[in-house]
Write a protein that binds this ligand. Structure first.
Ligand code: PGA
Length: 247
């Protein structure tokens, strides 16, 4: 039986003060049975990590460098994220892929670096609206997964989480239907099962893209949906907790 993870991707929002208030709100509220994680902006990780040191809410980062250390201006290493108390790190978010040109190969290298440092990567995959309309969703998701499978062992997926995030659903208010999401989740699990069924069956696959308190229950009830990667709705403690409670 897979447990359910609700992870908040705060993106580049808020201020130090609002981040502190948000984490206080989440800590104080009722989260039901869900495992929770929050992914604040990198500069707030140390502070938020400190506030979570006595809590079972996990800390995650929004990206990690593909190199261990050195002259990589602007990047943050996996070791540094560990020092801040991170357990998770998002890799290959569609905003990184589309706005900052991260290729499948670079995402795969970031995934490998996270694994090597003992962080749990949350690997994001998903198709654009155009790709869905062209009916190549599975092909796109398979390509994104294959890049990681080429440079990491299938065994590494035992220490990873996948997030299926249709690009057309992110921040648009246009959520995938439970059937649409379930179909791609099942495809992802099936694809990994070809390499190792045991690992595929225990892998947490999250849905991301306009998940909110009113649509979460139906999505989370799907067989292959094991949680959510929440953007907009993770910025309000009440909404984030309501999603967690809807499991
Ligand atoms: P959203 O973002 O919930 O605001 O659509 C999800 C994500 O980008 O991870």
């Amino acid at each position: 039986m897979r447990s359910c993870l609700i992870a908040g991707n705060w993106k580049m929002n808020g201020s130090l003060q609002s981040a502190i208030e948000l984490i206080e709100g989440i800590r104080q509220g009722d989260r039901g049975q869900a495992q929770l994680a929050v992914c604040p902006p990198a500069v707030y990780l140390m502070k938020i990590g400190g506030m979570l040191s006595d809590s079972d809410i996990a800390l995650g980062a929004q990206n990690v460098c593909d190199q261990e250390a050195g002259a990589y201006t602007g990047e943050v290493s996996a070791g540094m994220l560990r020092e801040c108390g991170c357990r998770y790190v998002i890799v290959g978010h569609s905003e990184r892929r589309s706005l900052y040109g991260e290729s499948d190969q670079l995402v795969a290298a970031r995934f490998a670096m996270a694994i090597a440092a003992g962080l749990t990567p949350i690997l994001c995959v998903g198709e654009t609206l155009q790709e869905r309309e062209q009916e190549i969703t599975e092909k796109v998701v398979a390509r994104q997964l294959d890049a990681v499978l080429e440079s990491s062992a299938i065994g590494d997926f035992a220490k990873a989480v996948i997030a299926y995030e249709p690009v057309w659903a992110i921040g648009t208010g246009k959520v995938a239907t439970p059937e649409q999401a379930q179909a791609v989740h099942a495809f992802i699990r099936g694809k990994l099962a070809e390499a190792d069924d045991g690992i595929a069956q225990q892998l947490q696959i999250l849905y991301g893209g306009s998940m909110n308190p009113s649509n979460a229950a139906e999505l989370l009830a799907q067989t292959d949906i094991d949680g959510g990667l929440i953007g907009g709705a993770s910025l309000k403690a009440q909404d984030f907790l309501a999603i967690a409670q809807s499991i």
